[in-house]
Design a protein around this ligand. Structure first.
Ligand SMILES: [Zn+2]
Length: 146
């Protein structure tokens, strides 16, 4: 029963990196479509994971009779529930990002407005900050301890 509470996929596992055509402007319609497909694929993978987790929990519930097993089971369940919660949040974020793509409001830093960059977005398609602003935000988070 290993890995029942695996982390949700934080990124897409396999995709073809976008090849920028000569003279192509940043976030051209083709580029936006590329990221939309990436996000849809990622969402699909996450939803399959949610299904698997659900299935697992139903299976496990039927298999434990012993009280000491039940404690272990409860621990596993709470882990799985947390994983599912994260999966749900990620899926919501993906939907919001797809919405931004549809509104042609994608790929630029929310904070300073610079291009986030294709490679960074391929690694993290839901990113809304450029790497500089993200780093700053993380430093601030650590300092305030939130
Ligand atoms: Zn920025």
């Amino acid at each position: 029963m290993a890995n029942t509470a695996a982390q949700p996929r934080e990124r897409i596992t396999n995709f073809t990196p976008y090849e920028i055509k000569k003279g192509e402007e940043y976030m051209s319609p083709e580029m936006l479509e590329h990221f939309k497909q990436l996000l849809l694929q990622w969402k699909q993978e996450l939803m399959e994971e949610v299904d698997r987790t659900m299935h697992h929990m139903q299976e496990d519930a039927a298999n434990y009779a012993d009280p000491s097993d039940r404690a272990t089971q409860e621990e596993e369940f709470s882990l799985e529930l947390r994983t599912r919660d994260r999966e749900r949040k990620l899926i919501k974020k993906i939907d919001q990002t797809i919405d931004r793509i549809d509104k042609d409001d994608y790929g630029f830093c929310d904070q300073c407005g610079v291009e986030i960059g294709i490679r960074r977005l391929e690694a993290r398609p839901t990113a809304t900050l450029c790497i500089d602003c993200k780093t700053l935000a993380e430093i601030r988070e650590r300092q305030t301890g939130i």
